[in-house]
Ligand binder design. Structure first.
Ligand code: ADP
Length: 226
């Protein structure tokens, strides 16, 4: 498992290519995220962070360039193979938790594991372990509506890691929280990431949070730089 969790090479993406309103968002993005490395992605709104995360997570395709997940080149892969790699190797976290409202916190972490073929007993044990690590074990039986914003995000982190992905992609994971809560919830995320040896690319506007990661990259004029 020495290969990079994520490699992007020469990624270009233009919306509305050749039409009025053409937006050149990515103009040659190169990035390698090593095993266990946590990289901050800092950029002003509209710079193309979400586009970059969606391409890295195989939810969108670049116009040109290579995407490798855990060493596997995704360019020639069909939709089924891309979906399988995404489910197995990539975890996503968004600004909003997107938990299923009719299920408890524990069930939100158990269900993706059952969908992945894990036994119920193993899925329950892993959910309990993950929820414990981020400090919400006592809230496991509650539905999302009964949880605070910070607790909802902690559960969303556990769900993203439920199937033990190689790579975590996060788009402003604490952007919805007040500054004090954001700090604590971010610390919980970092502990979870460090504890599992996961690689991560985490977009944030918050320079203090960015400084706690291994490396900070800025997305400017469609390219990444230090
Ligand atoms: P960020 O996440 O950094 O705010 P985005 O990746 O969402 O930026 O968007 C980058 C630019 O691309 C913005 O100017 C946005 O308006 C434009 N854009 C994003 N998605 C589309 C789309 N599907 N069609 C056209 N333009 C888009």
């Amino acid at each position: 498992m020495n290969e990079a969790a994520l490699q992007l090479e020469g990624i270009e993406k233009t919306y509305n290519r050749g039409r009025p309103g053409e937006v050149q968002v990515l103009r040659g993005v190169n990035l390698t995220v090593a095993p266990g490395e946590v990289v901050a992605l800092v950029a002003p709104s509209g710079a193309g962070k979400s586009t970059l995360l969606h391409i890295a997570g195989l939810l969108d395709t670049p116009d040109t360039g290579a995407v490798r997940i855990a060493g596997e080149d995704m360019a020639g892969q069909g939709d089924a193979a891309r979906t399988a790699t995404r489910r197995r190797d990539v975890g996503f976290i968004y600004q909003f938790h997107h938990l299923l409202p009719e299920f408890t916190a524990a069930e939100n972490v158990i269900l993706p594991q059952l969908a992945n073929g894990t036994s119920r007993a193993a899925a329950e044990a892993r959910a309990a372990e993950l929820l414990g690590r981020v400090g919400v074990a006592a809230r496991a039986g509650h539905r999302p509506a009964a949880l605070s914003g910070g607790e909802q995000q902690r559960v969303a982190f556990c769900r993203a890691l439920a199937n033990a992905p190689r790579l975590l992609l996060a788009d402003e994971p604490t952007g919805n929280l007040d500054p004090g809560t954001s700090d604590q919830v971010f610390a919980a995320l970092m502990e979870l990431v460090r504890g599992t040896g996961l690689s991560a690319l985490i977009a944030t506007h918050n320079l203090d949070l960015a400084a706690r990661m291994d490396r900070v990259l800025r997305l400017e004029d469609g390219r990444l730089g230090a």
